[in-house]
Write a protein of this length. Structure first.
Lengths: 266, 262
């Protein structure tokens, strides 16, 4: 029979066991999460890495030359743009050296927006130059997006039954106060975050951005958790985070088709 | 053995013999809780709740901010840049550089050829602005009106969405003094019965301005009587312009000219 001392000790031991289990899970989760970018990097290197071709006069050593790599980047970007221009669809080009984002249709630039600030995932920023250039030589296609504004601001109006019910339309409210933040998930795993950026943001806008970002982070955590719970290394998604003036961010989001394409020049 | 005694027994022995000299003592649990002890319990509960909230907050920060930050810690080796002079003098290297440069020139030439030297029109439907280009230079810009994004629904289940299509279009027809042939929605919207296809009530004169340019599928670039609405999304999908802009655009664009709407 358990004594009173034992009874008092039992909850203490239970708490300790729970604490150890939580700690073990956190360590396991962290390890799995840290493995994700490594696996992504390896996958990219396998798919886009340098292949020595004896028939061609290419040489792995060339990929250590900055002039060669710079030309390769330009070529990759142009290849992407030409591929996209051959469609009649609206597409987006991001040129980080110029700090601009361009909306283009069939090779014609129709709208240019200045990038106020950007942030790249380390794998894109500091990964193997040759691999990343090859990876970016294909345009990426939007698969899903999350936004603070509707793609099409539809207003539903029921038709009047007769002329007595008819009321002419009132002048639309063109005041533009809604915060513009959105995230585009690409087919190649890249996540493009576009946030509004103005010199003077309202405190409400800051709060909105934080909550918008948090909701997405929470969704990403749940996705990671699902993988981790079945002992699978979660998918790693390299990111591109860009801040644009609110009006430009809105124009771009509204203009981009649901499965629009994007090219990046870094 | 003394060790086998339960704690309360030990307590009872000690108090009976040593402290109160045989008087009946209350068990600690039966004693009245002093006021300071009640405050201590409340404080303890607040502390436990606070620790719980902080733990939850730390866990949220850990999973949503710290883990993504940890994932960005460099893992692989960076590209080793040597810029070796020896390699630069290698004929193979020179050949490769020449080939890539040639490819870039070819791709740049191809890309630049997409932008025509002829006149073309660009329409921004979000801000309701237009830009007219000639010889790759902006020659005119101003306000226009585009689709209202209104969805008109009838009780019978018919519906129309009044939005301007986006993408690349071209001028398929140019009309002077155009007549508007009112589609079904124009009657439905006003609560009027829909007339037959060639009913005279379908034809309205002078409402589209002096000129119209067809983009296909019934979409037109035309003038308007409601100039105060220019710069606003109020149309049924067509693009409306003021008289001067319409005239300039009409005379600049030819059949086949490109119109880019975004």
């Amino acid at each position: 029979m358990a004594t009173d001392t034992d009874k008092k000790k039992q909850p203490g031991i239970a708490i300790l066991i729970v604490e150890i289990l939580i700690l073990a899970f956190l360590v396991y989760y962290t390890i799995m999460a840290m493995l994700a970018p490594v696996i992504k990097r390896d996958a990219l290197e396998t798919e886009f890495g340098f292949i020595q071709d004896d028939k061609k006069e290419n040489n792995r050593d060339f990929t250590t030359d900055s002039a060669y790599l710079s030309l390769l980047k330009q070529k990759s970007y142009l290849e992407s743009r030409v591929k996209m221009a051959n469609t009649d669809s609206i597409y987006l080009t991001i040129s980080l050296p110029d700090s601009t984002v361009n909306l283009e249709i069939s090779g014609v630039s129709v709208h240019t927006a200045p990038i106020k600030h950007y942030e790249l995932s380390r794998i894109i920023k500091k990964g193997n130059e040759y691999v990343i250039s090859s990876f970016l030589s294909r345009p990426f296609t939007i698969q899903k997006d999350y936004s603070s504004i509707p793609k099409e601001p539809l207003m539903i109006k029921m038709a009047p039954k007769d002329t007595s019910e008819y009321q002419p339309d009132i002048i639309p409210d063109t005041a533009d106060f809604e915060p513009v933040n959105y995230i585009m998930e690409m087919d190649n795993g890249i996540r493009l975050f576009i946030y509004q950026d103005e010199n003077k943001l309202n405190p409400g806008d800051h709060f909105h951005r934080i909550t918008f970002d948090f909701r997405y982070r929470l969704a990403a955590f749940i996705e990671t958790l699902r993988s981790v719970l079945v002992f699978k290394v979660p998918d790693y998604h390299p990111y591109i985070k860009i801040r644009l003036p609110r009006s430009d961010a809105k124009i771009i989001y509204r203009a981009m088709p649901k499965n629009g394409q994007v090219a990046l020049f870094r | 053995m003394e060790f086998d005694k339960p704690n309360n027994e030990l307590y009872k022995d000690q108090t009976n013999e040593g402290m109160s000299g045989g008087a009946i003592d209350k068990h600690p649990a039966d004693q009245e809780i002093p006021k300071h002890s009640w405050f201590a319990k409340v404080f303890q509960n607040i502390l436990i709740s606070l620790i719980g909230v902080i733990t939850l907050f730390v866990l949220i920060v850990f999973f949503t901010w710290l883990i993504p930050a940890i994932q960005e810690i460099p893992t692989g080796e960076r590209t080793r840049i040597t810029n070796s002079v020896e390699m630069k003098n290698d004929p193979e290297y020179k050949k490769q550089i020449a080939q890539i440069t040639k490819d870039i020139q070819r791709l740049t030439g191809k890309y630049n050829s997409y932008t025509t030297g002829q006149s073309y029109l660009v329409i921004n439907t979000t801000d309701n602005l237009f830009y007219l280009y000639k010889n790759k230079k902006l020659i005119r810009e101003g306000h226009c009106s585009s689709g209202s994004y209104k969805m008109l629904k009838t009780e019978e289940g018919r519906s129309w969405i009044f939005k301007t299509p986006k993408g690349k279009f071209w001028i398929q027809g140019k009309i002077t003094n155009p007549t508007w042939r009112r589609p079904d929605w124009a009657f439905v919207e006003e609560g009027l019965p829909i007339p037959s296809q060639d009913d005279p009530s379908r034809y309205e004169y002078g409402v589209l301005g002096d000129y119209a340019m067809a983009l296909g599928d019934g979409y037109l670039i035309h003038g308007t009587l409601y100039k105060r609405f220019l710069g606003m999304p109020v149309t049924h999908g067509c693009v409306r312009l003021n008289d001067e802009d319409l005239e300039a655009i009409f005379h600049s664009l030819t059949i086949g000219s490109s119109v880019y709407i975004y």
